[in-house]
Ligand binder design. Structure first.
Ligand SMILES: [Zn+2]
Length: 178
């Protein structure tokens, strides 16, 4: 199966939102550039990890993922696309040279869940740090809504427990936020 790579380049708008009733919510990132518009549906945990990664990066000024020398593609725009899918795999990375973030999402295009297919398409889009920070806030607000928050990392605590990235899963009993 042909693997298509769609690069929307630098987006003009990007937004993280949750949709639906409590307990049945779904999560998405919508990005739009002159080349097209992508709606990437994802699991709550995926959106949460994106929000957390940007927040931690911004707090430490150090990349949490492997930095690359990626530069936003500025080639001739393809015909504007409208893309919408549920991503199996979604990643965010940072390019120190341009201080831009890039989200890359894989569309499995799975028609039969019993058959493992090659990914049909990878969609990516890029945005500067200021937009990443706004996206991070939206992502964390959307995923934390209605959940108690961890006092260490700010992440949502699920009823069945919480593996805290700040403590490698172990909370320090004597730590409290002022
Ligand atoms: Zn935590």
């Amino acid at each position: 199966m042909e693997h298509e790579r769609i690069d929307l380049g630098l987006v003009e708008t990007i937004e993280a939102t949750d949709v639906g009733e409590p307990g049945k919510r779904t999560f998405k990132i919508t990005a739009e550039s002159p080349r097209g518009r992508a709606v990437i549906w994802m699991e709550k945990e995926q959106l949460f990890q994106i929000g957390l990664a940007v927040r931690q990066f911004n707090a430490t000024e150090e990349a949490t993922a492997n930095p690359t020398d990626f530069e936003p593609t500025l080639g001739p725009p393809s015909s504007a696309s409208e893309i919408e899918f549920k991503a199996t795999d979604i990643r965010i990375r940072h390019a120190p040279s341009s201080d831009t973030f890039t989200i890359e999402a894989v569309d499995p295009a799975t028609e039969d869940e019993d058959v493992i297919q090659e990914p049909l398409a990878t969609v990516q889009f890029s945005f500067p740090r200021a937009m990443a920070i706004a996206l991070s806030k939206q992502a964390l607000e959307a995923t934390e809504r209605g959940r108690p928050r961890c006092e260490l990392c700010g992440g949502p605590k699920d009823p069945d427990g919480h593996v805290c990235p700040k403590t490698n899963g172990h909370h320090k009993g004597d730590f409290e936020l002022a």
